[in-house]
Design a protein around this ligand. Sequence first.
Ligand code: FES
Length: 109
Amino acid sequence: MKDIKITIIDRQGVKHQVDAPTDMNMNIMELVRSYELAPEGTIGICGGMAMCASCQCYVQSNHELPEMSYDEDLMLAEAFHVKDNSRLSCQIFIKEELNDLQIELAPEV
Ligand code: FES
């Protein structure tokens, strides 16, 4: 499988287009961490368990994403800065269909 391109707008508003592997069962939160697009300790605090909302992002492209799980829905109901297009990036796994996905990181809480 090949890499796809994902655009990530960091918390300073800077746009980064990065290569994302589709064969590592990696999620977007882990991708952001691997490119160090958010300081250590400000994203992925719960390790990707949908329990902290530190990885919240706004989905800006029109990709069809998997339905939210009950846990993700619940966490976003309690999180700050939530918008209609909010998702937890740790719950979005990198797949070929997501080529050209664009997300913006929600503010740090
Ligand atoms: S890393 Fe905690 S909810 Fe995504």
